[in-house]
Design a protein around this ligand. Structure first.
Ligand SMILES: [Zn+2]
Ligand SMILES: [Zn+2]
Length: 145
């Protein structure tokens, strides 16, 4: 019968590595209107110790998320939201309304054309300025006749 307290006897089941330290860093965006929190990126650093050899292992894991326009989110880059509900948009998929400068996704951006200038606008300003642009275009058309 082996002596279980002897330091020279190898135990039947070796204990696994023990986590000595774990540090988690998260980048979070808080929606100003509803207060929702969205995690943009996570970094987890773990230090484990092998109880048999005493060796330490350092593991760093970075988790990156995708935006609503399917791009990787850089936690330090600016992100935009659209009134339609898309909250994580990069600069590649938004336009800015010529009237209010609100970001609008390409799907919901409208073009206001008075026959002289063409500008991108949000849906709210498209419908509020539509009669004006229509009147201006009609006036230009009348002058050509
Ligand atoms: Zn939209
Ligand atoms: Zn607008």
């Amino acid at each position: 019968m082996p002596d279980r307290d002897s330091p020279y006897v190898i135990p039947d089941v070796l204990p696994g590595p023990v986590v000595e330290n774990e540090e988690i860093q998260e980048t979070i965006v808080v929606d100003p209107k509803v207060g929702d929190r969205v995690v943009l990126g996570t970094t987890i650093q773990t230090v484990t110790v092998d109880p048999v050899t005493g060796g330490r292992r350092f593991v760093s894991t970075t988790i990156r998320h995708r935006s609503d326009d399917q791009r990787f989110i850089d936690p330090s880059a600016e992100l935009y939201s659209c009134a339609c509900g898309k909250r994580l948009l990069t600069k590649h998929s938004v336009k800015f309304c010529a009237h209010c400068q609100d970001p609008v996704c390409f799907e919901h951006a409208r073009v206001a054309n008075d026959g002289k200038t063409i500008v991108d606008v949000c849906q709210r300003h498209y419908w509020s300025t539509f009669p004006l642009y229509l009147t201006l275009r009609f006036g230009r058309w009348l002058k050509k006749i």
